[in-house]
Write a protein that binds this ligand. Structure first.
Ligand code: NAD
Length: 408
């Protein structure tokens, strides 16, 4: 993991730079058996598990799949897509949110591209029958503990930010969120009746030292490849788990003398993100704080519909998904912004398969479509051309193609 992450960490949609992810040469991470199986001569073949999920999930995945396929084929890559149900769709189909077959297809793939899960229909289900549990279990079973969430304000979208131009312009940060520990997984948890006969709900924020160390290392390596600044966000003034978090992160800092480490309480971090987001380069934080802060950061960039993510473990396939949810309020209306999922496909190519050239084709095509003025509703501003999910996908596809013609 460290080897993979060390070499590729600068994420900026305008200029994604860095070395090659070593996952390609790391047999333990992406087994050669799959790629070598049935590829055409001169082509590399990858198995991709597609998990569209619910709400706008299928809409954005369908668009991103086409872009992935096209960008890949221009770089000599062939994909074998296996589409599997997850979340509410799986509940309706087979009665569980994460069917064995879906988990097994995901584990055996080279990389997983996921849409989103959840929706009004299942909101009142009992916890074990909630779509969202599929995602929690999937991340846990894939052991993808490091969640990379870039948040950069693209020059084309400065006016889509909810912040003033001078505050938003130039924001470029990476949030490194711990993904498989903390309060989302800690025991004991539950709802019970106490001695006074009153119902109580409880969860446990739990972190072992090794869990903090491994995510902190990813974050230090990430910061090292960026602007060399790491801010660790915790709540050490109140939470014991945060006291240990801060202690471990501080202890590791001596191994990274080139990285400037600071600490911030999460309430202050939430405020600073709005007040002066440019102060942040790399942020490392626990599962729940990362969940919340990265949604907040997404609004600085213009829309939650713009932000991709990569979840990586020590070995096995990575999980790539937009950070947004299933947006049931706009599902089925061709209004979803597919760019977060398209950019997740780019992260899949780069971080999951080590195919940086194909990834760059996608990133360039997204910027090209934005430069031409195409905007979905969430990032629309007057003077641009309002398009739906499908048309935005078609424009990105055209840009993938036209840039080939331009470079041939
Ligand atoms: N990773 C996931 O699958 C994930 C993440 C968060 C929430 N959820 C689930 O999604 C459902 C809805 O949750 P929510 O409303 O809190 O969050 P959400 O991200 O689905 O939506 C929040 C707001 O952002 C808008 N939005 C989201 N993605 C968009 C896109 N691509 N283009 C344009 N607008 C977009 C929505 O229309 C909505 O107004 C819930 O069931 C929740 O549990 C799933």
């Amino acid at each position: 993991m460290a080897a993979c992450l060390q070499s590729n960490i600068r994420l900026n949609l305008n200029n994604i730079v860095g070395g090659k992810c070593r996952s390609l040469t790391d047999q333990s991470r992406t087994p050669c058996r799959i790629r070598c199986a049935a590829a055409s001569p001169g082509k590399k073949r990858f198995n991709i598990a597609l998990l569209p999920g619910d709400g706008i999930g299928p809409e954005v995945i369908s668009v991103a799949k086409n872009v992935l396929q096209q960008a890949g084929s221009l770089e000599g890559l062939e994909f074998n897509f296996q589409e599997m149900p997850i979340g509410g769709a799986a509940l309706d189909l087979v009665g569980v949110a994460l069917p064995e077959e879906t988990l097994s297809a995901a584990k055996q793939s080279d990389a997983i591209l996921l849409g989103a899960i959840g929706g009004y229909k299942w909101d009142n289900n009992e916890k074990h029958l909630r779509p969202e549990m599929a995602l929690i279990y999937l991340r846990r079973d894939l052991k993808v503990f490091a969640n990379l969430r870039p948040a950069s304000v693209l020059p084309q979208l400065v006016d889509a930010s909810t912040l003033k131009r001078e505050v938003a312009e130039g924001v470029d940060m990476m949030i490194v969120r711990e993904l498989t520990g903390g309060i989302y997984f800690g025991e004991p948890r539950g709802i019970k009746t106490n001695e006074n006969g009153e119902e109580v709900g409880f969860n446990t924020e739990f972190y072992a030292a090794h869990e903090i160390d491994r995510i902190a290392r990813v974050a230090f390596e990430t910061a090292r490849k960026r602007r060399g600044k790491l801010c660790s966000v915790d709540k050490a003034n109140v939470l014991d788990a945060s006291v240990l978090w801060r202690r471990r992160v501080t202890a590791l800092a001596s191994e990274y003398p080139d990285v400037e480490l600071s600490h911030m309480y999460v309430d202050n971090a939430a405020m600073q993100l709005i007040r002066d987001p440019k102060q942040f380069d790399t942020i490392v934080t626990n599962n729940i704080f990362g969940d919340i802060l990265s949604d907040e950061a997404s609004m600085i960039t213009g829309s939650i519909g713009m932000l991709p993510s990569a979840s990586l473990g020590v070995s096995g396939p990575g999980l790539f998904e937009p950070i947004h949810g299933s947006a049931p309020d706009i599902a089925g209306q061709d209004k979803a912004n597919p760019l977060a999922t398209i950019l997740s496909a780019a992260m899949l190519l780069k971080y999951g398969l080590g195919e940086e050239k194909a990834a760059k084709r996608i990133e360039d095509a997204v910027l090209d479509a934005l430069n031409k003025g195409f905007r979905t509703g969430d990032i629309y501003s007057p003077g641009n051309k309002l398009v739906g999910c499908k048309e935005m996908g078609e424009e990105v596809l055209k840009s993938v193609d036209s840039r080939v013609t331009a470079t041939v």
